[in-house]
Design a protein around this ligand. Structure first.
Ligand SMILES: O=C(O)CCC(=O)C(=O)O
Ligand SMILES: [Fe+2]
Length: 167
């Protein structure tokens, strides 16, 4: 069971998505005309982008969350572009830098300095508001992980639409 509700929509004939042990059923765009309209609006906002699939998330309250992960499945290519539209209640979205090879191997910096750095430079929290469009591209998935943590005080629902391109 995932700690939120999800739904996958994709153009027919694409490589099957599989992530964290799930292989979701792919619904068709034609089943959900309003989602096609939103896809058109996202393409207008991001000229040059071409998305062909959508992963929806519904967080029914502060107990629903997505844990730390990178959307780095092979079918998204080496530099995945993900456009993430938020609707409903605000939630925090946290980006955290993956430890670099150097710091994993033990760098020349003292541990105290490394710790300070990891807290101050390597983690960023964005409050995603209703109607906001967050775009991840380039090496974001290779170099960073992200999450939407639980929030005790949140009671309302948030719906998130992540548009992606499957190759
Ligand atoms: O809900 C969000 O803002 C993020 C969702 C997410 O990371 C995902 O679907 O991969
Ligand atoms: Fe993600």
């Amino acid at each position: 069971m995932q700690p939120r509700d999800t739904c996958y929509v994709a153009t027919s004939g694409l490589t099957k998505l599989s992530y964290s042990g799930y292989q979701p059923h792919a619904y068709s765009w034609d089943d959900y005309p309003p989602l096609k309209d939103i896809l058109d609006a996202v393409h207008k906002a991001l000229p040059g982008s071409s998305f062909n699939s959508l992963l929806l998330n519904r967080y029914k309250g502060g107990n629903d969350y997505v844990g730390w992960h990178a959307d780095d499945e092979k079918l998204y290519g080496p530099t995945p572009e993900i456009a993430s539209l938020s609707l409903g209640c605000d939630r925090d979205f946290v980006l955290k830098k993956k430890p670099s090879k150097k710091s994993r191997d033990g760098s020349d910096e003292p541990a105290s300095k490394r710790l300070k750095k990891s807290v101050h430079d390597d983690q960023h929290t964005f409050r995603l508001k209703h109607g906001s469009l967050l775009v991840m591209r380039g090496y974001t998935q290779r170099d960073w992980i992200h999450s939407v943590p639980k929030r005790a005080k949140v009671e309302a629902t948030r719906i998130n639409l992540t548009f992606r391109r499957v190759f």
